[in-house]
Design a protein around this ligand. Structure first.
Ligand code: ZN
Ligand code: ZN
Length: 129
């Protein structure tokens, strides 16, 4: 999905703009995403050079390979930034709509909480009953 997309945290202190392609949305069920988000993560991604941020997200080093960016005022999860610098993941729920995006996969499904089944992925119109 090309074009310009904008988004931000719940309180509006951190806003961002993506001037470039956004990846399909992936659900990630790993334990770090579950703890950071409170459930599973739904994330798109962009090239680091396409992302501009206003405000001051706080960065938490959540593993030896990545940091997570969140709003220090309201706590919204916003970004997952791997040290390899190949992309930045953006929590899809923080995008202003309409996004035009699709969910295309479940990652680390074996690590999901024991209280839910893997959510369906694919064309959202199929899910809208
Ligand atoms: Zn905020
Ligand atoms: Zn994850």
């Amino acid at each position: 999905m090309r074009g310009v997309h904008e988004g931000g945290c719940l309180c509006g202190a951190v806003r961002y703009r993506v001037a470039g392609a956004l990846r399909d949305v992936i659900y990630c069920h790993c334990s770090q995403c579950r703890r950071a988000s409170g459930h599973h993560v739904a994330a798109t991604a962009c090239a680091p050079e396409d992302l501009s941020v206003t405000g001051e997200p706080r960065w938490h080093r959540s593993s030896d390979e990545a940091q997570r960016g969140f709003c220090p005022d309201c706590g919204s999860n916003l970004f997952w930034k791997p040290d390899h610098g190949g992309h930045v993941s953006i929590m899809a729920g923080t995008l202003d709509g309409p996004t035009g995006l699709r969910v295309s996969g479940n990652w680390h499904g074996e690590d999901r909480g024991d209280y839910y089944d893997l959510p369906p992925v694919g064309d959202p119109s199929v899910l809208r009953r």
